[in-house]
Design a protein around this ligand. Structure first.
Ligand code: DQA
Length: 145
């Protein structure tokens, strides 16, 4: 099984960016965390980050027939991008949305998630741990297929 993990804009700034919200661990720490979870679970993974909406759309499209499932934290594009929603719908891969912070308890504009409409599950407010939960969920789902 191969899982594609997609991280959206400004997540590469983890550790520097609003540490009171996102913590002090860096983006390379997050990538190492995800890769270790996948290795421990015997799941193949690719971790991708982009600050550009179109690159994220391209990456989702390329996952068609190349990955079995998607974990996505679209970051700010969560709340704006119908293009990412449509790409997720187009490839019909099982997907889970992850947010490091509890978006539901923040500003009103963070309460809408377009990408989430194409996801089987949304995990918020668990920090890095949310990615583990997403990977475990998709692995379990894959084993049942
Ligand atoms: C985020 C939440 C988004 O609202 C925000 O724009 C981000 C990060 C999170 O992981 O908590 O960039 O997706």
């Amino acid at each position: 099984m191969k899982i594609l993990v997609i991280n959206g804009p400004n997540l590469n700034m983890l550790g520097i960016r609003e540490p009171e919200i996102y913590g002090s661990q860096t983006y390379p720490d997050l990538v190492a965390f995800i890769e270790k979870v996948c290795a421990d679970e015997g799941v193949g993974c690719e971790v991708f980050q982009s600050n550009h909406e179109g690159e994220i759309v391209d990456k989702i499209q390329k996952a068609y027939k190349n990955a079995d499932a998607i974990v996505i934290n679209p970051a700010a594009y969560t709340h704006t991008s119908i293009a990412i929603l449509d790409a997720l719908k187009a490839v019909t891969l099982p997907a889970v949305e992850v947010h490091l912070s509890a978006v539901e308890n923040r500003e009103e504009f963070r309460r809408i998630s377009y990408a989430g409409m194409a996801c089987l599950k949304t995990i918020t407010g668990q920090g890095f741990e949310g990615y583990r939960q997403a990977i475990l969920f998709l692995k379990m789902k894959g084993e049942r297929l």
